[in-house]
Design a protein around this ligand. Structure first.
Ligand SMILES: N[C@@H]1[C@@H](O)[C@H](O)[C@@H](COP(=O)(O)O)O[C@@H]1O
Length: 258
């Protein structure tokens, strides 16, 4: 996996360049987005909106998919990923809603919703570019650590560590935080033609080092990205710190042996 370490303020423009290349090379490209704090802290959506509004980026004929959604809250809920995407991105660009798929966490049949998501991806030729974040426990999308991982979109329990992290968003009440989610499967991720994982801040430093240095295990799903032929990780210096320290220590050990 290629590693790019950039100043925080360069990350939004860097990812916007990736999206711009994707959309200009293939106007009907299928792009998968992500939610969470990382795209907001790095200004990824802000930069994309600015370029689109200045007519420097045409996303109108692209197809969009979001990889996950929490089950049991309506789309209009303040904390749904549907609302997040509208608020932070979709409401500010020219793009028609019928060219997007965000799984519905309130669907009567969540398993059928997973299949609809796989079908949407297949119908639009597979994912050309996927932007992902990394959870504090190494999840990507909502693919939580587990002894084995489904290949296709599936319904998952949300790990306790993440539910506790989200509690402040739900009025501090753990019992109000969704317990399950719809998410891409591991095969869905691996079939994406190109992936950028973005992580920033010192809170991500430990999980980033483990994701990059292994060992590869389904108990830390992001490690599996090491096996993707076209994945990169984009970090600020704080998120890269422990990875760089481990690299420096390994180089020192090699030097001492020589
Ligand atoms: N399910 C989402 C992921 O899609 C996101 O990438 C990740 C990291 O979030 P953050 O950027 O807030 O650390 O966790 C969330 O729970």
């Amino acid at each position: 996996m290629k590693v790019h370490i950039l100043p925080l303020e360069h990350i939004g423009p860097y990812i916007a360049d990736q999206v711009t290349h994707t959309a200009s090379a293939k106007p009907e490209a299928l792009i998968a987005w992500t939610t969470g704090n990382t795209p907001l802290r790095t200004g990824i959506y802000r930069e994309l909106i600015a370029r689109e509004q200045a007519n420097g980026l045409d996303l109108s004929s692209c197809w969009f998919v979001n990889p996950d959604e929490q089950i049991g809250i309506p789309r209009a809920h303040e904390e749904s990923y549907y609302t997040y995407m509208k608020r932070h991105f979709f409401d500010h660009i020219r793009h028609s809603e019928d060219r997007r798929f965000i799984p519905d966490g309130a669907a009567a049949d969540a398993a059928a919703e997973c299949e609809r998501m796989e079908q949407f991806i297949e119908d639009h030729g597979g994912i050309d570019y996927q932007l992902v974040g990394i959870g504090i426990n190494g999840h990507i999308c909502f693919i939580e650590p587990a002894a084995s991982l489904p290949a296709r979109c599936f319904v998952t329990d949300i790990a306790d560590v993440n539910r506790r992290l989200y509690a402040p968003l739900f009025g501090g009440k753990l019992e109000d935080v969704p317990e399950t989610a719809i998410t891409f499967g591991w095969g869905t991720v691996m079939k994406s033609r190109r992936i950028s994982l973005v992580a920033v801040g010192k809170d991500k430093a430990e999980i980033v080092a483990r994701a990059l240095l292994g060992p590869i295990t389904t108990e830390l799903p992001a490690t599996l990205l090491q096996l993707h032929p076209n994945a990169e990780i984009v970090l600020d210096e704080a998120a890269a710190a422990l990875y760089l320290q481990a690299q420096a220590e390994a180089a020192e050990r090699r030097g001492a042996r020589a």
